[in-house]
Design a protein. Structure first.
Ligand code: G1P
Length: 309
């Protein structure tokens, strides 16, 4: 059995990159096809064997907790109308043996600070950190990257941090790992020797970026309690992990799936197209739309813009 049973999902972010959509609803509640982003992420955790999910939230984001809670009125109404399939889709979002709890992050002091807000619930056990902006699509694969990372954590007794290569001009947007030039193959992990948050291109140790999935020992919480503000004046998870490396092995795990950053507009649209093309109810219609009308329209639109310029 997996030793990693807990996951921390920080959801206290302001969602400034997807405004105005996220003004009155949490960005994590924006739908990708027919489920809010947060549900996709929670389902990923559950399928990797996670049993306790801890949301790190803040005021104004209670819709996220409500989404995973019982909705008596709606359930009664759907039952009365015999809408069984829809009823099932809202009733069992998480299995009965999975709990979802939440803690508050009172101030936006950084990702490291947000994760540390869950320290007492993690209680020194190993845990996963899942950043909900990033959807990891493992469509038609036997398993998920998070599942493989948890298995690698157990097999190697080393923290696992998911990475993917990014163009050099984008390294300043991510946590970047140093693996001494060892590039892990997809689905494999290699030892990390250093990590740096959002480095300038000239000093970045590699172009392997931290993607938003981590499997970590409980010790990280102790390290976070003394981590000083770093990049952007925020308490960074990356800095605590750089400290952890001095004590124990931590690996970079190279992902096999595909990521979509739903925290920005284009990534969010891409996610909807990709997941829409995988959903049984929308796949065929969307594929036709893209091939015929939509593509033609897009090309004409581009042509018009060119003429106007
Ligand atoms: C956070 C992490 C960064 C990571 C990124 C992945 O940054 O601090 O290390 O590479 O998520 O999405 P943020 O995007 O919150 O600035």
């Amino acid at each position: 059995m997996n030793t990693v049973r807990k996951a921390v999902i920080p959801v206290a972010g302001l969602g400034t990159r997807v405004l105005p959509a996220s003004k009155a609803i949490p960005k994590e509640m924006m739908p990708v096809v027919d489920k809010p982003v947060i549900q996709h992420v929670v389902e990923e955790a559950v399928s990797a064997g996670i049993k306790e999910i801890i949301l790190v939230t803040r005021s104004g984001k209670s819709a996220i907790e409500d989404h995973f809670d019982k909705h008596y009125e709606l359930e009664a109404e759907l039952a009365r109308k015999n809408k069984t399939a829809i009823l099932e889709s809202i009733r069992n979002i998480v299995p009965a043996d999975v709990t979802i709890s939440s803690v508050r992050q009172p101030e936006a002091l950084g990702l490291g600070h947000a994760v540390h807000c869950a320290a007492s619930l993690i209680n020194n056990e190993p845990f996963a950190v899942i950043l909900p902006d990033v959807l990891v699509n493992n469509y038609q694969q036997d398993t998920t990257d998070l599942d493989l990372m948890i298995k690698a954590y157990d097999a190697k007794a080393a923290g696992q941090i998911m990475v993917e290569a990014v163009p050099d001009e984008k390294v300043h947007l991510y946590g970047i790992v140093d693996c001494q030039g060892n590039d892990p193959a997809a689905g494999e992990s290699v030892a990390i020797t250093g990590m740096v948050e959002k480095p300038a291109q000239e000093v970045a140790p590699s172009n392997l970026s931290v993607v938003g999935r981590y499997v970590l020992p409980g010790r990280v919480m102790e390290l976070l309690s003394t981590t000083k503000p770093g990049a952007g004046g925020e308490i960074q998870l990356t800095d605590a992990l750089d400290e952890l490396l001095k004590e124990q092995a931590v690996d970079a795990y190279r992902m096999t799936g595909k990521t979509y950053d739903c925290g920005n507009k284009l990534g969010y649209l891409q996610a909807n197209l990709a997941y829409g093309l995988q959903h049984p109810e929308t796949a065929e219609g969307l594929a036709q739309l893209l091939q015929q009308e939509f593509l033609q329209e897009a090309l004409e639109q581009k042509e018009l813009l060119k003429q106007e310029a």
